[in-house]
Design a binder for this molecule. Structure first.
Ligand code: ZN
Length: 633
């Protein structure tokens, strides 16, 4: 960080970058009531659902849920980190960022990062130059051409060569005036007993770049027939710039294609990425020899919701791989698996079968659940009853994780068929396991994708949401119309909060987090006006889904303009929510009553009967107070 981001600085930048101007540079906006609307830049759509509120300086997309303020917009659109978005917007507004204000450790780390970037850029150029010009690189050039890497690909990926010398790069860097200390920090040079020496020697070099095309690290491969005692591939060690688990090889070149094609493809190695890109598969990336991480899942999710794993059959079927695929799924990606024959890789597959065969393979990729079932079944001798039972158990484990009931039922049938067990019995077992899981409170974390599937199964829900590119959780979808209207109105006019503050309890809301937001609104409403209320609330909320809800409420979705009597409307909303709460309470008491009747507990029957009567009376009273009971459903 090159400067200290104070609240004052943020506000100054915000006030000098009107959201509608910043968005307007990318999206054609039209006025609609208090808001401006346009085609969402974050998902494909034909009718505008992207809404900007000039009053509130917030945006919200009703199609994909993308939402936030001017900083969020620049971060999402330009794929920048927060600090980078601050810099970009400061520059746009002509604000000079005050480097004097940073703390000494911030200054040191910023300078070190800058210097390390400089070293990496220089080293990449040095390796590249060596590959192109050096006599010593003949073997490397031969190797790359034998692997079919075109000159164009080599250029695109900035491939290079580190000569077989102990301190060529080190000497160059030292000559350029970099201190030994910082050269060592770059990870390109190591400290030996006598002197420092280059880490990469006699290797083909693959510069590793982040999404913004900055060289953050390097990978190096030995040449065939040489250095047999050495590991075939080595990477830069972790540095201030380089965190292996956060980057994906090729992401800088793939990110736009991933967005356009709405899916990414993960392969295993550098050469696979290069070969795929060369054959026109430009949405392909690879992890750097580690299993996939949460950070990588989120990186991919920024661009598209679907990922296809293209590993050879052996790797893809391994427990470790399956676990890392589950991790991708839990992070909200739709995971599919396309497998190559054992021992084959995308590079060799492309050479043998061509691009159209790979395209076919990718199109026929199996859903992760289906794939897991296949792996389990194919490893089991189904003629052995106990092995078959064990395989069934493992399939059930996989099926229990499928949240969507229709999808689960389809895969249960598929698994039963593959396992050659009775479909009805097997499906019943799966559903029992699901209920058991839920009762134990072991509810599976609902991810964005499964939620999208759930809403897709509901024909009322927008199909558009299926293609959400990394939007937050649509908490708003779970709210009733009355809740949305109530919260929207209070946000718009904080003085309304006092009317209903004492009337509603946690159970009146569809989720505890909505109640928390309501409480915050009531607290903050006592402090000041609407503008301040909004930023005060947003400052207090860390949860992404809750922030998104506030964004949505703020862009004026609830058509507050058409409300003629705000006080009456807020009261009606609260009454409707109360009526709803009491209704839920009655249903639950009635269930208890049925249980009590079964067990013949007459004292409990009497007590529950009385409670139900009380609740029914309360409900009648609430209904009598409502001016239009059907309005808020
Ligand atoms: Zn959208």
């Amino acid at each position: 960080m090159g400067f200290k981001i104070t609240d004052e600085l943020k506000e100054e930048i915000r006030s000098r970058n009107r959201l509608e101007d910043v968005v307007g540079a990318y999206v054609a906006l039209k006025r609609s009531g208090k808001s401006l609307v346009g085609l969402c830049p974050f998902h494909n759509e034909k009718t505008p659902s992207f809404s900007v509120s000039p009053d509130k300086q917030l945006y919200y997309c009703f199609g994909c849920g993308a939402s936030g303020d001017v900083f969020d917009f620049v971060m999402q659109y330009e794929r920048l980190e927060f600090v980078e978005a601050v810099e970009r917007l400061a520059e746009r507004a002509g604000i000079v960022l005050d480097i004097e204000n940073e703390t000494p450790s911030q200054r040191l780390s910023r300078r070190t990062r800058d210097v390390l970037l400089e070293i990496n850029t220089l080293a990449a150029r040095y390796f590249r130059y060596r590959l192109l010009r050096s006599k010593l690189a003949a073997g490397a050039r031969e190797y790359l051409s034998s692997r079919g890497v075109s000159a164009k690909s080599a250029e695109l990926f900035s491939l290079g060569y580190a000569p077989d010398k102990w301190d060529d790069l080190y000497t160059l860097l030292a000559k350029r005036g970099f201190s030994t200390e910082v050269i060592l920090q770059s990870g390109l040079v190591k400290k030996g007993r006598a002197s420092a020496y280059d880490v990469f020697r006699d290797r083909v070099i693959f510069p590793i770049r982040d999404v913004n095309r900055r060289v953050v690290g390097f990978g190096g491969r030995t040449l065939p027939g040489k250095g047999e005692s050495q590991p075939k591939y080595i990477n830069s060690p972790e540095t201030l710039l380089f965190n292996k688990s956060h980057v994906l090889y090729g992401i800088d070149l793939a990110r736009d294609s991933i967005k356009r094609l709405e899916r990414s493809v993960i392969v295993e190695g550098y050469m696979d990425v290069i070969s795929c890109h060369q054959h026109g598969f430009t949405n392909v990336v690879a992890p750097l020899g580690t299993s996939l991480t949460t950070a990588q899942a989120r990186l991919l999710l920024r661009y598209a919701p679907e990922v296809i794993i293209l590993f050879d059959a052996d790797t893809a079927g391994q427990e470790a791989t399956l676990r890392s695929l589950e991790l991708l799924r839990r992070e909200g990606l739709r995971v599919k698996v396309a497998t190559l024959d054992e021992g084959s890789d995308p590079d060799s597959f492309l050479k043998e079968n061509g691009a159209s065969a790979l395209q076919t393979l990718l199109e026929s990729a199996a859903n992760l659940t289906e794939y897991r079932i296949n792996v389990i079944v194919s490893a089991t001798d189904l003629s052995d009853a106990s092995l078959k039972a064990e395989a069934s158990r493992r399939c059930i484990e996989a099926l229990v994780e499928v949240i969507d009931p229709i999808e689960r039922s389809e895969y249960s049938k598929y698994a039963a068929y593959q396992l050659r067990v009775d479909e009805e019995v097997f499906t019943r077992e799966v559903e029992r396991a699901v209920r058991r899981g839920r009762r134990a409170g072991d509810t599976f974390r609902k991810n964005r994708y499964t939620r999208q599937v759930e809403s897709a199964v509901d024909p009322a829900a927008s199909q558009e949401s299926l293609r959400t590119p990394g939007a937050g959780d649509a908490l708003a979808e779970k709210l009733t119309k009355a809740e949305l209207l109530l919260l929207g109105m209070i946000l718009d006019n904080p003085s309304l909060a006092s009317l209903v503050e004492g009337e509603l309890i946690e159970e009146s809301f569809s989720s505890p987090s909505v109640f928390r937001i309501f409480r915050m609104l009531c607290d903050e409403a006592k402090q000041g006006d609407s503008e301040e209320l909004l930023s005060a609330i947003l400052n207090r909320i860390d949860d992404e889904a809750e922030r998104q809800l506030i964004h949505r409420l703020s862009v004026g979705a609830e058509k507050l303009d058409s409300v003629s009597d705000p006080r009456r409307t807020v009261l009606d909303c609260a009454l409707w929510m109360e009526e709803n709460r009491v209704g839920r309470k009655i249903s639950s008491l009635q269930l208890d009553l049925r249980e009590a009747e079964k067990s013949g507990d007459s004292e409990r029957i009497r007590l529950l009967g009385k409670q139900i009567m009380d609740c029914q009376r309360l409900r009648q009273e609430i209904r009598a107070k409502m001016s239009n009971p059907n309005e808020y459903r």
